[in-house]
Design a protein around this ligand. Structure first.
Ligand code: IVH
Length: 673
C-alpha cells in the first residue's frame, strides 16, 4: 500500500468514525453496530501503526488508548483553578445575594445556576480547534498532563464542531464515571470476589491517573463542561459561554437555568433537591454564578475563589450513632473487608446497623475507636459510610482498633500486596468462606446451574467434610446426602440428579464456573469460542491470550496464573474425569420452538441468568432474530442491567418495546404453556 493510499483510507475512516461518534454521543443515535464500528476503528489503528507519520492528534484511534505514561508531566495552568465558597442554607445564600447587590451598586444582574457535579475537575486546551492538552486541577496552580487518558473520553470532541472561535481557548469541566458504569464495575469486582470501589468520584480520579490509557478507555468516563476561557472568545456572559460550548459539540449537562433573581435560584435549588438523583452522576449541590462577564470582572476574586460565584451544598442525609464493634468479612477470593457494627439508627428512611469501612487505611484515617460516636452518611455510596468521629464524645474507655493480622475464619496470617489497600487471606484451600464462596459461584445458574443446591446445603456439605472443592460434588453418594439434616429420599435424589445434569452444561459455563479472576460470563464465552478446549486455553501463552478480541492484559495474566497452579490443574483434571464439558461443541442449532418467530431483538446490558451470547443463542433457538442496532422496525430491546441510557432513550423514542430479562423469560414460558 502506498502512502497516498493509506492517507486516503485514513481520511475516509476518520470521517466515518467521527460521524458515528457524533451521532452516538451528541444525538443519541446509533446507526452502526458495535461490531462494525470496532472493525472501522481496528482498520484505522492498523493503518496508523503501519504509517505512524499519518496519525493525527485528533485521530479517533486515540479513544481506545494504548499509550503508557510512567510519570505525568507537570503543567502550570494559564489561569489558576480556584475553588468555590460554600453555603448550606437559604439564609447564607441571601447574604451572598446582598453582597453582590452591594458590590454592583445600582446595576441589575441575573444568575446562572448549574448543578455541582461530583467528579474530577479538568482543564482542556484547544489549539486551532483541536484538543491539545488535558490537565488535572492539581493544587490549582499546576496539575498533571493526562492528555492521552482524557482523549479516551468518547463524548469529548477531539476537534470542535464548526470554525474555532479563537486560535486558542481553554474549557473546564468535570470528568465523571456514570453511575451505571460505576455500578457495573463494582458488580464485576464483587463477582470476582474483590472489594468494590467506595465511590464513583475516587474511582474516576484513580482512573484518570492510570498509566495505561487503554485501561482508562475501558472505564467509560464521561465529562460535562461548564467553563470557556481565553481571549477573543466573544463571550459576554456565562449563558453565551454555555451556548458556545454546546455549539462546539461539548457535552453540557442540560440541567442549567438562567435565574433572574435569588428567589428563582431558591426555586432551582428546590427543583433539583430530589430530581438530581435521576442524573447519571452524583451531584452534591448547585453552583450559582453571576451571569454577566463584565459584572464578574467587577466583582473579582478572593485569594481562593471568585466573588461572583458560590455553591450551595445539599445536606447529605446523616445521623449520629455508636460504633459497637468492627467485624471482618472474607470473600471468595480471600479479600478481607472490615465492617462497622453500629447501634441501629434511622437514616434516609432505613435502619442502618452496619457500615462499610473499606480497608485498614480508612480506619486509620478516621482514627476510629470502639465506643466512639460516629456520623454515618448515605451519600453517593451504596452502603452507608462513616464520615467522622465526634471526638468530644469519646468515652475514656474507648478502645483503639487493632486491624486483624490473622484471618477471622481460618486464622491464617493475612497478607497485603504492595499497592493494594485490602488485606487477603492466602489460605484459599483451607479457608471456609473462600471454599464455600467458590462452590456457591460454581453452582449458580450462569455457571453449572445446579439449582437443587442452596447456600444452606453447601454449608452442610462443607461442615460435614464431604465437599471441599467443586469437584467433590460429583463424588457424592446417596448415603452421603441422605444423612444430612433435612434430607429425605426424594430430596437426596433430586440433589444428585441436579449435580449429574450439570455435566451437560456447555464449556463456557464450566469455564465461568471455575472462578478465574476477571473471567466473567461474557469473557468465558469469548475464551471458549476462541480456544475451544480447556487444554487449548490452559496451554495458551500471554501473547495468544491477548490476541483474542476483548481479552486484555489483566485477564490474560489472570488466566496464566490460574493454570500455573498445580492445585487448579488437579481440580480441572478431576472435573474433566467426572465428565464435565471441557470443549466447545460445534453446535448444530436445534430449534426448540417458534415462539419468537418473525420477531427481532437487540440484546444489551448485563443479565443475571445468562451471558449475552447465550441469550442471543436462546432467541435464535426459539425462532427470533438478533440484530445489532435499534431502529423503528425493531420489535424488542432486551435490556439487562447497566444498559446505556442512550439505547433506552432511543428505543422509547422509536416506541420499541423494552423487555427485562424476567419479562423475556415469561414470554417464552407463556408460549410453551
Ligand atoms: S465553576 C472558580 N461549575 O467545584 C471555580 N465548578 O469547588 C469555578 N464543580 O473545582 C468552577 N460543578 O471542580 C463550576 N457547575 C460547576 C461545577 C463546578 C462542579 C467543581 C469544580 C471546582 C469545584 C469548586
Amino acid at each position: 500500500m502506498t502512502l497516498t493510499d493509506a492517507q486516503n483510507e485514513i481520511a475516509v475512516l476518520t470521517q466515518k468514525i467521527n460521524y458515528y461518534n457524533t451521532e452516538y454521543y451528541q444525538n443519541s443515535n446509533s446507526i452502526v453496530s458495535d461490531y462494525d464500528f470496532d472493525r472501522l476503528l481496528e482498520r484505522l489503528i492498523e493503518l496508523e501503526s503501519n504509517f505512524p507519520e499519518l496519525r493525527l492528534p485528533d485521530s479517533p484511534s486515540m479513544r481506545v488508548g494504548g499509550t503508557i505514561t510512567k510519570d505525568f508531566e507537570t503543567v502550570y495552568h494559564k489561569y489558576p483553578m480556584l475553588s468555590l465558597g460554600n453555603t448550606y442554607s437559604a439564609d447564607e445564600l441571601m447574604e451572598f445575594d446582598k453582597r453582590i447587590a452591594k458590590a454592583l451598586e445600582e446595576q441589575s444582574y441575573s444568575y446562572f445556576c448549574e448543578l455541582k457535579f461530583d467528579g474530577v475537575a479538568i482543564s482542556l486546551t484547544y489549539k486551532d480547534g483541536v484538543l491539545d492538552m488535558g490537565v488535572t486541577r492539581g493544587d490549582g496552580v499546576r496539575g498533571d498532563n493526562i492528555t492521552d487518558n482524557i482523549k479516551t473520553i468518547r463524548s469529548l470532541p477531539l476537534r470542535v464542531k464548526g470554525k474555532p472561535l479563537s486560535a486558542n481557548f481553554e474549557v473546564r469541566g468535570e470528568v465523571f464515571m456514570p453511575k451505571e458504569v460505576f455500578e457495573q464495575l463494582n458488580a464485576t469486582k464483587v463477582q470476582q470476589g474483590e472489594v468494590p470501589y467506595a465511590n464513583a468520584r475516587n474511582t474516576t480520579s484513580g482512573s484518570l491517573k492510570m498509566q495505561d490509557s487503554s485501561i482508562v478507555a475501558q472505564r467509560k468516563l464521561d465529562c460535562y463542561l461548564y467553563s470557556l476561557l481565553g481571549e477573543n472568545t466573544g463571550v459576554t456572559s456565562h449563558s453565551t459561554a454555555i451556548a458556545q460550548l454546546e455549539s462546539m459539540g461539548f457535552n453540557v449537562s442540560q440541567t442549567y437555568s438562567k435565574c433572574k433573581d435569588i428567589n428563582e435560584v431558591l426555586d432551582y435549588i428546590q427543583k433539583w433537591e430530589t430530581k438530581r438523583h435521576e442524573l447519571p452522576l452524583e451531584t452534591d449541590g448547585i453552583v450559582i454564578k453571576v451571569d454577566s462577564v463584565e459584572q464578574q470582572q467587577q466583582l473579582g476574586f478572593t485569594a481562593k475563589s471568585p466573588r461572583w460565584a458560590i455553591s450551595y451544598k445539599y445536606k447529605a442525609e446523616d445521623a449520629l450513632t455508636v460504633l459497637k464493634n468492627i467485624t471482618y468479612q472474607v470473600g471468595r477470593t480471600g479479600a478481607v473487608t472490615p465492617v462497622a457494627e453500629l447501634e441501629p439508627v434511622l437514616l434516609a428512611g432505613t435502619t442502618v446497623k452496619r457500615a462499610s469501612l473499606h480497608n485498614a487505611n480508612e480506619i486509620a484515617r478516621l482514627d476510629l475507636r470502639i465506643g466512639d460516636t460516629v456520623s454515618v452518611e448515605k451519600g453517593g455510596e451504596i452502603i452507608p459510610k462513616i464520615t467522622g468521629v465526634q471526638l468530644e464524645e469519646r468515652p475514656d474507655d474507648a478502645v483503639t482498633v487493632q486491624y486483624i493480622s490473622h484471618c477471622p475464619e481460618c486464622n491464617t496470617e493475612l497478607v497485603r500486596e504492595e499497592g493494594e489497600a485490602a488485606h487477603y487471606c492466602p489460605n484459599s484451600d483451607g479457608c471456609p468462606p473462600q471454599i464455600k464462596g467458590r462452590i456457591q459461584h460454581f453452582i449458580q445458574r450462569k455457571a453449572m446451574d445446579i439449582d437443587s443446591l442452596g447456600e444452606r446445603t453447601i454449608h452442610q456439605l462443607f461442615e460435614s467434610g464431604l465437599v471441599k472443592s467443586p469437584a467433590d460434588l460429583y463424588q457424592l453418594t446417596f448415603e452421603d446426602v441422605y444423612q444430612l439434616e433435612g434430607f429425605k429420599e426424594l430430596s437426596s435424589n433430586n440433589l444428585l440428579k441436579g449435580i449429574s445434569a450439570s455435566k451437560q452444561v456447555p464449556f463456557e459455563n464450566v469455564l465461568f464456573a471455575l472462578g478465574i479472576r476477571f473471567v466473567g460470563k461474557t469473557v468465558a464465552e469469548k475464551l471458549a469460542a476462541h480456544f475451544r478446549t480447556i487444554d487449548g486455553l490452559s496451554s495458551a501463552n500471554y501473547e495468544e491470550l491477548i490476541a483474542v478480541p476483548e481479552i486484555g492484559e489483566r485477564i490474560a495474566q489472570s488466566v496464566i496464573d490460574f493454570f500455573g497452579s498445580d492445585q487448579h490443574r488437579r481440580e480441572v483434571d478431576r472435573l474433566k474425569e467426572v465428565g464435565l464439558q471441557m470443549e466447545t461443541l460445534v453446535k448444530e442449532m436445534v430449534i426448540e420452538s417458534h415462539a419468537l418467530e418473525g420477531k427481532s431483538f437487540v440484546v444489551s446490558g448485563v443479565f443475571s441468568n445468562y451471558g449475552r451470547d447465550e441469550l442471543k443463542e436462546h432467541i435464535k433457538k426459539h425462532g427470533g432474530k438478533v440484530v445489532s442496532s435499534i431502529s423503528g422496525k425493531l420489535d424488542y430491546l432486551l435490556a439487562g442491567d447497566k444498559m446505556g441510557p442512550s439505547k433506552r432513550e432511543k428505543a422509547e423514542k422509536l416506541k420499541v418495546t423494552i423487555l427485562s430479562e424476567q419479562e423475556f423469560e415469561n414470554m417464552l414460558k407463556e408460549d410453551n404453556a
